[in-house]
Design a protein around this ligand. Structure first.
Ligand code: FAD
Length: 483
């Protein structure tokens, strides 16, 4: 492949000073994908350096809740008494990660998920062998190891694949991404892999054949180059903090709140694109309405601007986010009665309160009679323990009849929905970055949220860290094995 030099993100290999530092593999970014890539590249015989632009390693991964989506019969699932054939996990993920779910990546991941869990444990990542039912799950999660983190028990998913809990929660009281990263980075340090912080990668060096042979970096001492004789692995996270890129690729998120670290500015992604890498599923993201904290709030009835239900309320928070944002214009009200009301942990205010549904309807300025009709229908079904319209799971069905009635305000304008991006560089199973024509860009790899991975356009908690760690490892091995 011949290279176009239409960008200052690239520089010619021939311009690299002869005395530039030389390593085999440069890993850009020290989050979960980068740490795993570095470990496997090093263990496969490469001289590795990790370049991290922030003053400390860890990235967004260190701020995560710390759940990894794993299954297919992991030691933790078995210890908690669950069977989970890889085929059931595969069926579920193909649906949950779509549309456009990457079948080849999901096949591989579901086959090797058990071994990946064991690998994480070997790196010192702690998991407690205990299961928490969704009815008791808290957020942030407690120290227990296993829970449901997606739509597995919800309709229609429960009918398409046998439900099993696959949320593997790193042990800690509260958010545990920092525990995950502490274990991975301690292993990186123990094995003598150098992680340089405060060093931003700003360019890729390309030779005449289009092969990526190094990086240009900037730090306090100025600009310089590092040659990478076997490959460069981009592990720089997503682009949620870059408004220009959101405007161009994912404008529905402009009125939402990016979560993570501001270092997720898309620069790594733009480096890969400048080198000819294809960027795919760029409008995809995980956008949440985390109203179900406490979980008992899913007993409420969720309505749109027309006062109509549009989904079973027990679906996962990112399913709620996607539906509300894409189909309901960011408008939603959760109707509760005196028995089901509980104070939400997140700032979703009560925006209407009345002794009658009619009163609530008027305060919310819904079309006359609509909410009354919706609630009548709900209460009729609920009296029989049924939700004929959307088939909410029985454990969450209860008539809402006792005044006062309240509406929680779930509108995007009240509490901009938190999101992170899922779109990114197109890669093969070994993290090689591909062009739009499907050609490999020799010497360039990507893993984690800079790439489009398993959660292509649908998300469940834990799928990002699993994707980062699993495909980060593969990219590290592949880069080390390059000539
Ligand atoms: C509050 C919160 C909770 C979450 N909980 C979960 C969860 O429980 N489970 C789950 O699966 N996902 C969770 N996520 C999402 C998940 O944390 C991220 O998607 C994931 O950590 C991304 O990992 P990464 O390795 O791709 O990027 P990061 O961990 O962000 O690492 C990227 C690193 O690259 C560095 N970098 C960027 N550009 C450059 C450059 N040009 N030069 C050098 N360095 C650079 C950054 O500084 C950063 O350190 C959560 C996210 C948030 C915000």
């Amino acid at each position: 492949m011949r290279v176009r030099f239409a960008t200052d993100r690239l520089c010619a290999a021939s311009d690299l000073p002869n005395d530039s530092e030389r390593v085999d593999v440069v890993v850009v970014g020290a989050g979960s994908a980068g740490a795993c890539a570095a470990l496997e590249a090093h263990r496969n015989g490469a001289r590795v350096v990790v370049l991290e632009k922030q003053v400390a390693a860890g990235g967004t991964s260190a701020r995560a809740a710390g759940q990894l989506y794993l299954g297919g019969g992991t030691a933790l699932q078995r210890a908690c008494g669950f069977e989970d054939p890889p085929e059931e996990m595969r069926k579920y993920m193909l649906r949950a990660c779509g549309p456009g779910a990457p079948e080849d990546k999901i096949d591989l991941f579901t086959q090797e998920s058990v071994a990946h869990y064991d690998w994480l444990v070997e790196q010192g990542v702690p998991f407690r062998a205990s299961f928490v039912p969704t009815t008791e799950a808290t957020n942030p999660p407690g120290p227990d190891g296993l829970t449901y983190t997606g739509n597995e028990p919800a309709y229609p998913w429960r009918e398409e694949a046998r439900p099993a809990p696959r949320g593997h929660n790193v042990e800690c009281e509260g958010d545990s991404g920092h525990v995950l990263m502490k274990a991975l980075l301690a292993t990186v340090a123990r094995e003598g892999i150098e992680v340089r912080t405060g060093v931003e990668t700003t360019r890729l060096a390309v030779d005449a054949e289009g092969r990526i042979v190094g990086v240009g970096v900037r730090d306090d001492a100025g600009e310089r180059f590092v040659r990478a004789e076997r490959g460069v692995i981009l592990c720089t996270g997503g682009f949620g903090f870059n408004r220009e890129m959101l405007e161009r690729y994912a404008p529905t998120f402009l009125e939402c709140t990016p979560v993570g670290t501001a270092a997720e500015d898309g620069l790594g992604l733009r480096l890969g694109m400048a080198a000819g890498g294809d960027a795919i599923r760029m409008s995809a993201g995980s956008v949440m309405i985390p109203f179900s904290k406490p979980r008992s709030l899913v007993r409420g009835v969720l309505v749109n601007a027309r006062g109509e239900r549009y989904v079973n309320e027990d679906v996962y928070q990112a399913t709620h986010g996607a539906l509300a944002l894409d189909r309901q214009d960011g408008i939603g009200f959760l109707i509760l009665d005196a028995d089901t009301y509980a104070e939400p942990q997140l700032p979703y205010p009560v925006c209407a309160e009345s002794d009658s549904i009619e009163g609530l309807e008027a305060q919310l300025e819904l079309p006359p009679g609509k909410l009354v009709e919706t609630m009548q229908r709900w209460n009729e079904g609920a009296a029989r323990g049924e939700d004929p319209l959307f088939r909410k799971a029985k454990e969450w069905i209860t008539p809402l009849e006792k005044a006062p009635f309240r509406a929680l305000d779930l509108r995007r304008q009240t509490f901009p929905y938190p999101f992170f991006t899922l779109g990114g560089l197109r890669t093969d199973l070994d993290g090689r970055v591909l062009t739009p024509e499907g050609e490999v860009i020799t010497g360039l790899y990507a893993a984690g949220r800079v790439a489009s991975g398993i959660p292509a356009s649908g998300y469940n908690s834990g799928m990002s860290l699993s994707d980062c760690t699993f495909f980060g490892r593969r990219a590290g091995r592949a880069a080390a094995g390059s000539p």
